[in-house]
Structures are given as structure tokens and as C-alpha cells.
Unconditional design. Sequence first.
Length: 494
Amino acid sequence: MSVTDLGMPAFPAAAARSTRDTRLRANLRYATHTIRDKRARAVGELDDWAELRAAGRAIKDRTLRHLDHYLERLEEAVTAAGGQVHWAADAAEANRIVTRLVRATGEREVVKVKSMATQEIGLNEALEEAGISAYETDLAELIVQLGKDRPSHILVPAIHRNRSEIRDIFRSEMGSWGRPAPDGLSDRPTELAEAARLHLREKFLRAKVGISGANFMVAETGTLVVVESEGNGRMCLTLPETLISVVGIEKVVPTWQDLEVFLQLLPRSSTAERMNPYTSMWTGTTDGDGPRTFHLVLLDNGRTDTLADTVGRQALRCIRCSACLNVCPVYERAGGHAYGSAYPGPIGAILTPQLRGTASALDASLPYASSLCGACYEVCPVAIDIPEVLVHLRERVVEGGKVTRRGVKTLIKPAKGHAAERAAMRAAGFVFERPGVLRAGQRLAARTRKLHPRRLPGPGRAWSDTRDLPPVPAESFRDWWQRTRGEERGENAK
């Protein structure tokens, strides 16, 4: 999926390092608790939130069932409005298309409005190899880019940085990218925002090519929609002469009436606002207004394969609100970098292994990056049952089986390192299918409970290192019931 995260260790190893970073954990704890508390208040204002959530889920499911139809309709509408549509099967093809389109303009600089799809495919790195400089204009993305860092949150990519760190990054790096930070820059938010504004304004006024993503695409009219809070998106979408939008195929919605539902769900779930400060919409090109040339690159990159999975496909409902990250106890402690993907947190744990597959140790470990507490499902504005998909993907990792890869049914082997788990599950299945064996095992466990170790040996050690082994009761429930209720039932029968 992305060329920037290859070689990342599996999630447990990466998380073991990040959880020891006390400053990171403090930054994450403060930010996620603040955002989720505000979100709860914003959602609580609506009496029909449950109905809106159900409507969003239904619209997404209907669209995904007929995705081919709506994408063809979108292409027709965009072309009729003066735009050009390009289809990219994977990251490499998308990068080639965008690089070719930029080179055709003769420019060597582009400005970008935040796009997770371009992070997913590693577009900035591909453009850099082609001698083209890509400048991020979202404030948090700018911080990440100047700091030679990676995003760690869907909504707030620099959530792992505090104000002092951001000040130091601006002071040391801004000058090498353009206008330097003002002398004596402090860590006051107003000063940091003004430094970014001055730095970016020069790039906005100079750039001839803009690259964007889109939160939604309306098939009915060929309209693309970006919602944001800073105004940088509006600048990227209107000032350049050429606009290139790279968007995942799942972002399409059938009609404007459908869009209205998501414009209520997204801001309250993401920024805890009733509506976004900036909602930008564009349809093709218009003489004398905005870019003269518009290209839409529709990105698959594993999405069609994900769609073929009747359980996993619900991940494609995601509208990138980040609510699941802000309530996840695992994300709060491990941070986004441990996921090794453009998509961190619970949604990344189910989306990334489907887009990239589970062949690598990192991707095979992501479905286990969860406590299965279910908080992510409760806050998801389109009702993605993330715990269900996590369990589904864990089964795929352990058991292997049939999956779709590039449109072809493929039989994948079980991931390495799960032989003991498979053996344990087979043994459990054998026992649970035979009540007599289960009863004998329970009685044996009860009678030997004083001899039981406090930690499991062998492969089980990893489980008991972070959990207390539950004590074995003196008798099983079945024996207790027979002892306390069996005689009573017998007397009643008489």
C-alpha cells in the first residue's frame, strides 16, 4: 500500500517501544480525552443521532453493493462537467498517473490539501523521486512534514507533538522549506498558527498545481467535497491552474440528498462541531473561476478485493472521522506510528490488512491490536462493527483460507507463529464437543488448582505476562448446580 512503512516491526514490538515514551502517552491522553468529551456533547445535542447513524450505514451499504454503477455514473458526470477521469488499480499506477500529469504542466512544485489516499500510496515520495516538491498545507501535516515524521492520527496527524516540540520544529526547519519562522517564535498557539500562515501563503500564491483528496464524491453531478477547518483546502482548490484529486473509489455517494446525511455525521464525530468551518465543493471546470484543468484519479489499491469479503467490506463505509481512535485504549497508549500505516487505530487494524494483505508480520499483527472492548463500534457514525471484523481477520491470520487478491480468488496459508494457537483451538473444539470429557477436565482442574502456575509456560507466556490467570473454582458450575439444585428438582418431580 505505502512504500514508506515497509520494514516496520509487528505491532507488539512497535507498541512496546511507544508505550515507554511518557511524553507521547501524555500528549495522546490529553488530546484524545479532550476530543472525545467534546464529541459526546456535540452528538448529544441531536435527538435523531441513532437514526442518522442508521441512515449513513444504509446509504454506504447500498452504494457498495452497486459500486460499479455509481462509479460509472460519477465518471460520466465529471467528464460532462469538463474534468478528466483516470483509473488506478494500485499505488504504483496512481503515482505514475499523478507524476505524468504534473510533469505535463512543466511545474516542479505542488501544494497539497490533506489526503489520506496520497499518504496510503506514498505519493510525496514518488513525486520527490521525479524531482517534484510536494508541500503539505494542512497545519498538522505541515508539522509532520517539516519534522520528517509520519502522521499518527487521522484527524490530527501531529497529535503526538506538543506546542514546544512544534515551536522547535518550526524554528529549525521552516527556513529550509521556504519562509523561515519569525525571530523569537514562542509556543503560543496564535504565534505558531501565524508562522504557518506566513510560510504557506507564499506557496499558495506561487503554486500552479494543486493535489487534493476528497471526503465525498457525488455520482449524481460529479461533485467532489472536502471538509476542513483551516481554509488551506479552499486555497489549494481555487488558486492553482491545475487540480488533481486522488480519491478512493469507496468515497462515492449516489446523490446530494445522501451527502446531506454525512455532512451531519462527519463534523460532530470528528471535530465535535455542528458543521465544518470550510466545506468546499467543485464540479469539473468553469471558465474564469478556479482551476482551468481538473483531473480525478480513482484509486482502487485493494478496495475491490475488500469489497469481495462480505464481513470485511464494512470497513469501506468509513468516513475517516477518527472517533474510533479517540476512544480506543490501545491507540491511546501505543500511538499511531505503531500501526505502520496511513490508517492508525481501530479502523486501521481492519482496513490495512485487507488493503495490503496479511503476508507481512506487521499486517498479520494488526487484527490483534485491540482489546475487543467494542467502544469503537459504539462511536462509529456509520456503525462499522470493528470488533466483528477484527475477529474475522484473526481467523484469517490463524487459519488461512480463500481471499480475493487483484480480483482473483487465492488460497493463503496460515501466518507463521500461530501453530500453538491452532492446536489449542482444535483441542478446545474436541473437548467442547464431548460433555463427558469436559466434565472430567473441569473436575481434574478443580482438584489440582493449588498446583496451577501463576503464569503460562511456552507460547502462553506472552499472554500471561500482561494478564492474571483466572483462578479455577473449587467446582464447576455444572457440579454446583447438581449439588444445590439437583435434589430440589428431584423432590419437585415427585
